[in-house]
Design a protein around this ligand. Structure first.
Ligand code: FAD
Length: 294
């Protein structure tokens, strides 16, 4: 099903993001990932999205995982970045994806390399990639949105104006960066509406499973933590089990509030682990919820 149809339904859709394990062909990590995906399958995800290294750094591994998931009849949304890629390279990857009957794609610019080697080829910003995809493919297109603004944008308003360019170019759905403060997400929805952006916005939720990993992720993005959450994370930072529990409890409340306020979808950054995401969905009674909607 195409993105615009998936998010046109009345129930809240869930989707899961995974990344290609280092041994994505047939190694142990890959096997473990598929065990975890099997656990998550019971929540009937509308999509599983697969990350792509900026500049195509892990493109074979990413493609392998997309292919394996498609073969298992999942609806897969490959991420795709245009930074440091030429039109020929892009065409060749898109042709491979078309062979898998992929319907949806997440069109991204990707992070610029940090060695000062600016390497734009044919596309400088994601809106240009969206325009190209619209012209050359039948994919339904998702794009990234940043409730607290993109790291390199001068302010949120400018970033939303740039987001609008992606929507005007033909993107169907916005998937957000992780956030922990729902009031920031709701304010973002208001700002988007003021810009006349009328596509579904899917909330990006990270179940926190490790303090160190969270610190690293926050250093790469403009994402704030509510004071109370930060205080409990700091208090228990050396105990992984406590951190996991805090993450599950926090995300459960966060998702419940999003559900109650009519969000179109929740996209879980699973970090390739099913446990916390499954627990959150159990806490939300998601299986019962979807069975009632069908
Ligand atoms: P853009 O929309 O191009 O925006 C980049 C910056 O440029 C912003 O500051 C924006 O305000 C500005 N800008 C945009 N258009 C214009 C314009 N026309 N003129 C001037 N300024 C403009 N990265 C990966 O490498 N692989 C992944 O798989 C991946 N998955 C992601 C999934 C999600 C849901 C999200 C939210 C992010 C993901 N990222 C991924 C990270 C993303 O690639 C980076 O945040 C990247 O720096 C920006 O990508 P973008 O598509 O948002 O870029």
């Amino acid at each position: 099903m195409k993105l615009k149809d998936i998010y046109n339904q009345s129930k809240v859709q869930v989707s899961f993001e995974v990344f290609p394990p280092k041994d994505s062909d047939c190694g142990i990590k890959n096997e473990k990932l598929f065990e975890d995906i099997q656990i998550l399958r019971r929540y009937k995800p509308s999509l599983i999205s697969v990350t792509y290294g900026a500049g195509g750094s892990n493109k074979e591994k990413s493609y392998n995982l997309v292919e394996q998931l498609s073969n298992k009849n999942f609806s897969v949304m490959p991420h795709f970045t245009c930074v440091c890629a030429s039109k020929e390279q892009i065409n060749s990857y898109l042709n491979e994806l078309k062979k898998l009957n992929i319907e949806n794609i997440l069109a991204l610019r990707g992070d610029e390399p940090n060695d000062n080697n600016i390497c734009y080829f044919d596309f400088r910003y994601a809106n240009e990639l969206v325009e190209y995809l619209k012209l050359e493919t039948d994919f339904s297109i998702g794009v990234a949105g940043y409730p607290e603004g993109h790291l390199s944008a001068p302010n949120l308003k400018t970033d939303i104006k740039n987001l609008k360019k992606k929507i005007s170019a033909g993107a169907d759905v916005i998937f957000t960066q992780m956030f922990f403060d729902n009031s920031k997400f709701f304010a973002y929805l208001d700002e988007i509406e003021k810009e006349n952006i009328r596509v579904p916005v899917v909330a990006g939720i990270l179940p926190i499973i490790s303090y160190k990993q969270l610190e690293k992720m926050l250093s790469l993005a403009k994402v704030s933590l509510p004071k109370k959450l930060l205080a409990s994370l700091e208090k228990y930072k050396d105990n992984t089990e406590d951190i996991k529990k805090i993450g599950i409890d926090f995300a459960t409340e966060q998702c419940q509030n999003l559900f109650d306020n009519g969000v179109s979808g929740v996209h879980f950054y699973t970090l390739n682990k099913a446990f916390s995401t499954a627990k959150i969905l159990d806490n939300l009674n998601y299986e019962v919820y979807i069975s009632k909607q069908n």
